[in-house]
Design a protein around this ligand. Structure first.
Ligand code: GCV
Length: 717
């Protein structure tokens, strides 16, 4: 569908000289609104000379202003604002403010509160572009959609679009600390200037809201899930309220992470036992206090009994008892609890990948109706490739919220070009078989599989104060892809990449085609040069940057890479079948049966599920060992290929953004080589097999790689 969206613009793109490029630093993201030229300019000038708007609310005003800004920059002339539509108008209309809408052949039923339609209609014999919605927020989303089309530079005749979000809560999760460090953040300090809030509300907050609203993101959790108790004190509530005021016109609600033991740590109670009436009363009063300051506060996100965080289990209560107590405090105000399922315990010897399911599956049906259980895409932790989390499809009575990581903790952080759209898509289209074939993860989280109305998806933000927001131009694509998939989880990653590339660089196919080609294979390349064939979590102890498959000294067994790859003289991989941890039993029988045997396990997940002999023949006819080496080589070769493709784009991309990507790709090739060489040196020391013919020996002995350190890697907790 998205591919179609841009096909017309691409078809019209000039095939003559390279387009004029202006200096850019990435701040404008995909909302650049470059000056149109030629046909594109005359089309826009005739279709968007004025904006007709009767709605007067704050959100209608930002929709109007965004159109003025966008169209003004693209045409060089600001559109005028009119009360009624005329030839060349964009007419922003809701039924409440525009009685004339009733005579138009359009139906707003089914658009809900946030949906919109864009249609070319006739008013007094003149063609007019109607953007109609039931609520003003739909007008804003429609305006952004129109601007996306307009930036494509093609015909704006006969538009006929209807769009509604498939998921209700579309949130960013910021792992931002009160001292402005960002856990797993690689784009500079936190954009929340807590110290100077609530008084100083810098312009970035508005631009943040614009960017998110342009994608349909409608909520943001401001603080780290590893939360501080101070986040819920009066001064910080006032700071959050100031941000909420900025975001409100853009349809974005503010949420906060809540630390379970807050009342105790603030010295106000002796216990945080969820069944103690004093504790319930404390949280009720806290919720009342927050809603007084932020009437549309969204609710709490909670990381409890996970990685040392306190939680209800400290009082022998389960997750549902904890979540429900908070939910009761928020309920009168319409707030929700997002209770994370990312749990594993140091004293639990069972496979880490099984622990969340074991804790949560028995609680299905016990959560209050304003609780969502937030589940990471995979059972371990945002690896370059993970099978989908077994909880998806296993808790039909509970709304499960997806948690993706947009920031690339394990995928090369700020400098590696690894487009995450394909990773998101892979998880969303995975089939859980919960209700037979076609029970995709997307259908679990959009509520359609089990009939949930309360639905949600969250992405751990990759945003910081870096001028380009995300640490690199290409990392912006991950934020973009997350937002677009949150709106519709069935949109394809490739169409989204095309759209992003056209908006970020130019709709010219000479740029879009190679950029999309680079992006689409880039995540697989990272899998290949880091963790091929289903390997996982073999990153270094230095902030998960760089290789560390040899690490075996960390306090907890499941923090050590050797726990995950289990390489020994016979083979490599984690046996999760019945002869091992039997994690496969947590999946539907159709899946478990397939995963029980090496021969029917998808090769790209092989070592996740099986301990496989080094000499085992794979479907390619190669031995596992040879294939492992070849995958590492393919990963490096892909990055070399991206460097070449990017080099050819120099005439089409402005100097600064070209240079950043050129440099980062060079760094990525170094990273990829390092990963390849270190992993091959290490695994060869265990497999004792020769390298396959033609494969180069690692540049250094294993000890050299083991001695590498990255002590000041950013984003460390
Ligand atoms: C916020 C991983 C990360 C931690 C993160 C945790 C979580 O373990 O390394 O930094 O903590 O996931 O999702 O809670």
């Amino acid at each position: 569908m998205l591919t179609r969206l841009f096909s017309w613009s691409i078809a019209l793109a000039s095939i003559a000289a390279a387009p004029a490029v202006m200096a850019e630093d990435g701040y404008d993201l995909w909302l650049r609104y470059p000056k149109a030229e030629g046909t594109a300019l005359s089309t826009l000038s005739s279709h968007a000379t004025s904006i007709a708007i009767a709605a007067q609310g704050d959100t209608a005003k930002v929709a109007r202003d965004e159109l003025i800004r966008g169209l003004g920059k693209m045409t060089g002339v600001n559109p005028t604002v009119a009360g009624t539509p005329q030839a060349g108008s964009i007419w922003l209309a809701t039924p409440a403010t525009d009685p004339a809408l009733a005579s138009q052949p359009v139906k707003l039923d089914g658009l809900g509160d946030e949906g919109y339609l864009i249609r070319t209609v006739t008013v007094n014999g003149n063609p007019v572009t109607l953007i109609a919605a039931n609520r003003e927020i739909g007008l804003l989303y429609g305006a952004f959609h129109y601007l996306r089309l307009a930036q494509g530079g093609g015909s704006l005749d006969r538009i006929d679009i209807r769009s509604t979000p498939k998921i209700k809560l579309r949130l960013l999760n910021h792992w931002d600390n009160l001292d402005r460090t960002v856990e797993r953040g690689y784009a500079g300090q936190s954009i929340w200037d807590w110290w100077r809030l609530p008084e100083w509300k810098g312009p970035r907050y508005t631009d943040y809201a614009r960017a998110n609203a342009s994608l349909g993101i409608n909520g943001t959790v401001l603080n780290n899930v590893n939360a501080k108790p101070e986040s819920l004190t009066a001064p910080y509530i006032a700071k959050a309220a100031a941000l909420a005021d900025v975001f409100r016109p853009y349809g974005i609600k503010v949420y906060l992470s809540a630390r379970w033991s807050t009342p105790v740590e603030l010295g106000e109670l002796k216990t945080a036992d969820p069944l103690d009436p004093q504790v319930a009363a404390w949280w009720k009063a806290k919720a009342d206090e927050i809603y007084k300051a932020i009437p549309d506060f969204g609710g709490f996100l909670v990381k409890a009994n996970s990685e040392g965080q306190p939680g209800p289990q400290d009082y022998k209560r389960n997750h549902a008892e904890g979540a429900n107590m908070l939910a009761a405090a928020l309920k009168p105000h319409g707030g929700i609890v997002m209770w994370r399922a990312f749990v594993y315990a140091h004293d639990n010897p069972d496979d880490r990948a099984k622990q969340a399911y074991a804790d949560f599956k028995p609680l299905d049906g016990q959560f209050a109706d304003n609780v969502l259980v937030q589940v990471k895409n995979g059972a371990i932790d945002f690896q370059p490739r993970e099978p989908f989390h077994p909880l998806f499809g296993a808790m039909p009575k509970t709304p499960l919220m997806m948690e993706f990581q947009i920031t690339k903790e394990y995928l090369g952080q700020s400098t590696n070009l690894t487009y995450l759209g394909t990773l998101f898509q892979e998880t969303l289209e995975s089939d859980t078989y919960a209700k037979g074939k076609g029970s995709t993860v997307a259908k679990v989280i959009d509520g359609s599989l089990d009939g949930h109305k309360l639905t949600g998806i969250a992405g751990v933000a990759n945003i910081g104060v870096d001028r380009d927001w995300s640490g690199s131009i290409f990392n912006q694509a991950d934020w973009y892809a997350f937002g677009r998939l949150a709106w519709d989880p069935e949109l394809g990653a490739e169409g989204i990449a095309r759209e992003w590339a056209a908006l970020t660089f130019s709709p010219d196919r000479r740029i879009v085609d190679p950029v999309v080609r680079m992006m689409m294979g880039s995540r697989e390349a990272a899998v290949n040069y880091m963790t091929p064939l289903g390997l996982a979590h073999i990153m270094s102890v230095y902030g998960h940057y760089g290789p560390g498959p040899w690490v075996d000294t960390l306090d907890r067994p499941e923090w050590n890479p050797v726990y995950y790859h289990r390489a020994d003289a016979q083979g490599i991989g984690f046996d999760r079948t019945a002869t091992g941890s039997n994690a496969i039993a947590q999946y539907a029988p159709e899946i478990a049966r397939r995963l029980a045997k090496v021969s029917t396990t998808p090769e790209n997940e092989l070592l996740w599920w099986h301990h496989v002999g080094w000499d085992q023949k794979l479907s390619s006819g190669e031995t596992l060992w040879d294939s492992l080496v070849h995958h590492y080589d393919q990963g490096v070769a892909y990055v070399q290929g991206m460097r070449q493709q990017w080099a050819a784009l120099r005439p089409y991309v402005d100097a600064d953004r070209f240079k950043q990507t050129e440099t980062f790709l060079m760094m990525q090739e170094q990273d990829a080589r390092l990963w390849r060489n270190a992993c091959i040196a290490y695994f060869q020391s265990i497999s004792k097999r020769p390298l396959p013919a033609g494969a180069a020996a690692p540049e250094h002995p294993l000890e050299w790689y083991k001695a590498l350190k990255w002590p000041y890697n950013p984003g460390q907790p």
